[in-house]
Design a binder for this molecule. Sequence first.
Ligand code: F1P
Length: 350
Amino acid sequence: MKRGVKTLHEILNQPDVWRTCLQALDSLGLDALTSGKDPRTHEWIFIGCGTSYYLAQGAAASFTELTRLSARAVPASEFLLFPSLVMPVRDASIFPVLISRSGHTSEVLQVAEVLQSKGIEFLGITCDGNELAQLTPRTIHLPVKEESTVMTSSFTSMLMALQYLAARLAGEDRFIDALHALPAALADLLPVWRPQIEKFAERSFDDVTFLAQGALYPIASETSLKVMESSSSYAQFFHTLEFRHGPKSIVSEKTLVGGLLSESGYAEESAVLLEMKNLGSCTMAIANRLSPEIRASADLAIELALPVPELARLVVYVVWGQLLGSYMGLRKGLDPDSPRNLSRVVTLAE
Ligand code: F1P
């Protein structure tokens, strides 16, 4: 089989996967899954590993925006190694949400064990099911079959599902309508931007970094992880304005600086991207609406033009980094379907 076929298919098939997942969510008894865990009386803590940790961050940001109640995200390892930093100081009620495509990742299952030992109920969200789906009756089991090692459609589908859940809890049905518009919107964008990303990936870079603020920050993190996993290239991620405070010292003609530009922070964020261009960097911009300056200066400028609220755009922003990582890997003669050093699930010896 040609290199990267599985991963590219799963990336390009996301409109269909999203459509199927949204239909499943429409008929899922979400109230039963969250009964007695009102976010006004419980702090929701989203927990995962790797891509699923960045998913947790995106879910926590979405939850906070939609419900106006604070939520947090932590890697499973932090919960295990430094529980005093994660568990509330006072004996407040928490409602953990365990996120795992496989439902088999050792660290996530170990968190589940600790929670059970403390009598703390939790929600699980998974694609494969496995042990996680057996450990709690409160499980969202999405109809996503993903064979590749790296997570792509599972990331976007589970993030969308947790946004859907937050919107339902917040009574924001218009947000759910916005999610339903995404499969068709992405299907229209893919044929326009996929070829341009494939061509853009022919360039080689010594350093790659992606920048974003707010709820897009975890999307920049996941974008960098896709580049690292799929092309064995080192990629970093920062809050956009933080990049000026030291990391920009890496910028040269052999650097790629990617800006995932928000609507609410566009002026400040795009100024950083223009500054890096002036320092000689190659730049890539993703925005819902591009300004003339960014359109003229970026080496690749992707405009989404999505007719949905800013928070509902998160999952569409990540698709271009998923493609970039795979095409960079192919250009390096690697196989994104079999990333170096990686396995589909990280299991630790007991
Ligand atoms: C988590 C994870 C992925 C990573 C790789 C190995 O898996 O670490 O984030 O990209 O696929 O597994 P899971 O707990 O979501 O199954």
